[in-house]
Design a protein around this ligand. Sequence first.
Ligand SMILES: *Cc1c(COP(=O)(O)O)cnc(C)c1O
Length: 393
Amino acid sequence: MSYLVDKNGYYGQFGGAFIPEMLHPNVEELKENYLQIIEAREFQEEFAQLLRDYVGRPTPLYFAHRLSEHHNAKIYLKREDLCHTGAHKVNNTIGQIILAKKLGKNKVIAETGAGQHGVATATVCALMGMECVVYMGKIDMERQRPNVERMRILGATVVPATSGSQTLKDATNEAMRHWISNPLDTHYIIGSVVGPHPYPDMVARFQSVISEEMKLQLKAATGNEEPNYVIACVGGGSNAAGAFYHYLDAEEVKLVAVEAAGKGINSGESAATCVLGKAGVLHGSKTLLMQTEDGQVIEPYSISAGLDYPGIGPMHAHLFETGRVKFENATDEEAMLAGIELSRLEGIIPAIESAHALAALSKISFKPDDVVVVNLSGRGDKDLETYIRWGKY
Ligand SMILES: *Cc1c(COP(=O)(O)O)cnc(C)c1O
């Protein structure tokens, strides 16, 4: 499949593994082993069983009657919000924890920004009885108290990153340092389709269960496994990668990725990487990222903590460059309104990340017979405070 990673770890000009020398043995071990491990029948059986009995898969593909009427198209929601822990992230952490076990590791580290990936990691470590250390910027820990406590309840140690801006990138640096010092017994779980090869490919494979199920469910519902559109929000890009994966070569399926425009593309407070970004190296891979003239990473902004990332995964940079995926963006305001719209029309309060994908429904002119799937990446429980502070409902 031409849009997937090549044997050197690249998607077109993007990808690769730009890592410090000291990290080579760790990443090399993963690169040498990941495909063989995850393609083995034993792995596949354990993965499928946990996705079914623990995560609650397959997640429903729900025909949203009133939302369809409102937008004059046939709109289906892929209900990742119904996964255990409330979002798609657990699909990946389940895959990586089984992989860690097969690699003979008994400790796991992760970094987290808003805390969602940290919670998904702490969850699977509890499940497997593995020691779990999550690095989190000190400022993020103060902003995301409930997720910090969730991780602690699950038995994880949350370590504050106190250097630099005390946010995600500093937590990433600390996690890398930890991994360099503990290469033998520790696996590093990355939470999106980002990082050095083979992480983007590995995470995309674990999330691809989303489009695998979609094809079967659409076939049963409409007689055709291919919709006219698949729409997903993009932070790093893992839920979108999963929702697009099995449709990448079906060129007649229009794929739409939605980035967070924050307070507006030109406001200086945004996370719309494809519009504002340039090629560079971020978190170990060559990709598009928001940077200043002299290459300093620009601090991103979005009302949604999960979309507030200065880059996108290398696969998405390639999908953008080739035009295979159309990139839209939605402002804070547009996303919040779309979140309220779904709540009122369907009785589903979406995560604010997912609300960005929903906001794209108003930006596309559909034909009445168009079949549209929106990947509802997560539920809104974690965002209640933000809905309340915004207040317009
Ligand atoms: C983390 C998160 C995202 C963004 O991450 P991707 O890797 O881009 O999918 C989107 N939706 C929800 C609910 C999240 O928790």
